[in-house]
Design a protein around this ligand. Structure first.
Ligand code: FEO
Length: 396
């Protein structure tokens, strides 16, 4: 199925209702995803981005429903990750004469993923290519989120084809932002930002400023995942500006794992301390929680309080991945704390605190360690820790 955005501009991508994990198994996609590709019919015929290879046949059938693929003059690869370049080899067999326009870094990444000879032509930031009644204008967007990333702007219709930026992993029956559930849309948009774009927040802010400074009208923002923003399209740009500032809400996330409920009881006592000070919090047992959903909540909140018993002189293995996320995502403007039970060596709290330090998340108070099951005094220490975290959250 295809969708006409404006006269001669069609979405020829596919909806992936079934996918539940993306980037291998790194990112959960509870609401599926889609891979948007755009066909522009002018004096020249242009295809912007392809789709993931398992959907190549469906994608090419979509193109064929509108034109003979042999008529394609330009293929724009805004970004080479396989969810966008995967069907490029199959497409190029049908239009071998077409020129593939890529960013300078795309000269390395596109052949690096496709591993075949391709007719590539680099385009630079601000370069225009006339396609008849309209121009394509290319905007480098390096590290949003790969070195090769770029946007393509279509003059005349004023459509920004933004590839991954402003996207969501959100399979929908309808393609436009005003046609879907707004709560679901923004849950997926912020999850996408928190888990993928947060480390590049400074660049996001700079790039938005630069693009806004070009004073180009924008009637639609058409990303390569999720819905197309046609109703107040700049609303998602304003949200990205807000998210890039990383000004978290005065709330807390407590995340923990537990072996015999001791650390769980401590987590809940920390929550009691937060509640006593009127600070909202959520508690996540990491063994049964989705890591990417928890990261999204951590992104939104001022405080992250982490609990683990000690196992084999370390933390429980279910805690390690989210510690690694905290390091890699480089969250700003947070505070943290740690707690956990132990039987003999008891390193977990110190290890978590050291890790928070490496993540530049200041520890607001010395963590609480409880030997075996927590005593009433240990639980009171946890409540005190919660109150101290609350004070830090409120003072920010
Ligand atoms: Fe949607 Fe970076 O790929």
């Amino acid at each position: 199925m295809t969708t006409e955005l404006t006269k001669g501009v069609h979405c020829v991508g596919v909806v992936d209702w079934a996918i539940r994990h993306f980037h291998g198994h790194e990112l959960s996609t509870h609401r599926g995803s889609n891979y948007n590709s755009y066909l522009i019919l002018d004096e020249k015929t242009v295809l912007v981005d392809t789709v993931w290879s398992p959907f190549a046949d469906e994608f090419i059938a979509n193109v064929r429903s509108l034109i003979d693929p042999a008529k394609i003059d330009y293929v724009v690869m805004n970004h080479a990750e396989p969810d966008h370049s995967g069907s490029l080899p199959a497409l190029m067999r049908l239009c071998p004469q077409a020129t593939i326009l890529v960013s300078k870094r795309g000269m390395e990444t596109v052949p690096g993923h496709c591993r075949q000879d391709l007719n590539l032509q680099p385009v630079s930031n601000g370069e225009r290519v006339n396609i008849g009644q309209r121009d394509l204008v290319f905007v480098e967007a390096s590290m949003l989120h790969w070195p090769d990333s770029m946007f393509t702007y279509l003059t005349g219709d004023s459509i920004l084809l933004s590839n991954d930026a402003f996207g969501q992993h959100y399979a929908t029956a309808y393609p436009f932002n005003d046609q879907v559930n707004q709560d679901e849309l923004y849950r997926e948009a912020i999850k996408y930002y928190a888990n993928i774009l947060t480390p590049f927040s400074k660049l996001v802010a700079q790039k938005i400023k630069e693009v806004v400074g070009l004073n180009m009208p924008v009637s639609m923002i058409a990303p390569s995942h999720g819905v197309i923003w046609r109703d107040d399209p700049l609303q998602i740009v304003r949200k990205y500006q807000e998210w890039a500032e990383q000004k978290p809400a005065p709330e807390a996330v407590i995340l923990y794992d537990t072996m015999w409920e001791a650390t769980r009881r401590m987590a809940e006592a920390v929550g009691d301390g937060l509640a006593a000070e009127g600070v909202r919090f959520q508690v996540f047992h990491m063994a049964v929680s989705d890591r990417n959903d928890v990261i999204t909540e951590v992104f939104k909140a001022k405080a992250v309080v982490i609990g683990s018993p000690t196992l084999n002189n370390g933390v429980l293995p279910t805690i390690t991945p989210i510690l690694e996320d905290l390091r890699g995502l480089k969250f700003q403007n947070k505070v943290g704390a740690a707690f956990g039970s132990y039987g003999w060596s008891g390193e977990s709290v110190k290890l978590i605190e050291e890790h928070l330090g490496k993540c530049k998340i200041p520890v607001v108070s010395e963590g609480v360690r409880a030997k075996w099951q927590p005593t009433p005094a240990d639980l009171e220490a946890c409540r005190t820790l919660g109150r101290k975290v609350a004070a830090s959250v409120k003072s920010a």
